[in-house]
Design a protein around this ligand. Sequence first.
Ligand code: SF4
Ligand code: SF4
Ligand code: FES
Length: 336
Amino acid sequence: MIEKITPDRKSILANIRIQRFTPSEHKSAYFDNFKVNVETGMTVLEALRLIKNTQDSSLTFRAFCRSKICGSCAVRVNGKPVLACSTQLMPILEDFKKDSVSIQPLKNMPVLRDLVVDIEPVIEKLSKMHPYLMENRERIPVTLEQESIMSKQEHSRFDYITDCILCGSCYSACSAASADPNYAGPLTLGKAYRFSADVRDSFQGERMQAAVDQGLWSCAQCRKCINVCPKDTRPAVSIQRMRKMSIDDGIHDTAGSRRAKAYTGDVAKYGQVNKPMLPVIVNGPKGWAAIEAADNYLKKHGIEPTRQVCMLGGQSSTQKIYDKVKELEAKGENKT
Ligand code: SF4
Ligand code: SF4
Ligand code: FES
């Protein structure tokens, strides 16, 4: 006999706080409150549609596929960017132990109305990255009968990022994009990596320079983009890989590449970073001002400044890890 499983259905009368804003009518954004009977399984998008159909037809939001495919429905729920169509409300209410939840538009993009943001500025940045294949004559066949076959290993270099649906969640969560509106952002740099890592592409150099010009080294590696991506495309990992590719491509004249080289060189030599001299290594003679400021601060607190790396116990272990990483890289086994 087949046992019938009935899901434990619950219902909570919740207060849904929605950020409202119409640029032509309001000076600043404000919140409206709506009472909704949230049932087990109800998604954020279903709640928004219910409110629009029964309480306020002027509520504006964007959605299309309702299947986590088109990327158009991203909003922030209790501050975190999510896809409205694939995020259920009940677990959020239970996690926060509250009967109230806030829904806001994505951050770091201009609001067009209520929950709809203008993603056009991000798409403009993306277009500067040449997000398409420029044929590599050595890999593209000359006749239609031939195929351009990649090995599994070649494909795995970028396979994980092809699922990006341009939802903008990572851009909304990005600390570097909040700090600098000119920063390209995670989805943009992720796409740049996707094409640069493709063996059928011949455009790496130009695309790499475009990425460097648009802030490849400004990423703080906070990994918030990884945390919020609904497709697990790991933009911060692509950015790390792109940085390495840019150094391998000979783009050394950036503070970021100098810092990366100093870090790896110092760890190989001392087992740790030579912090006292880092400002000069990264910024050239301009860095002395930062070193002098640090010296004065230390002296003021009775500490004698040093230019030497302080060797600590156990540093030989760090060097062993470094050597092991290099060994794995040489064998092509380091996947990070
Ligand atoms: S990388 Fe992820 S979060 Fe960013 S746009 Fe693509 S799917 Fe959305
Ligand atoms: S890791 Fe970089 S790209 Fe990702 S959210 Fe942080 S600063 Fe932005
Ligand atoms: S409506 Fe398409 S991803 Fe949500």
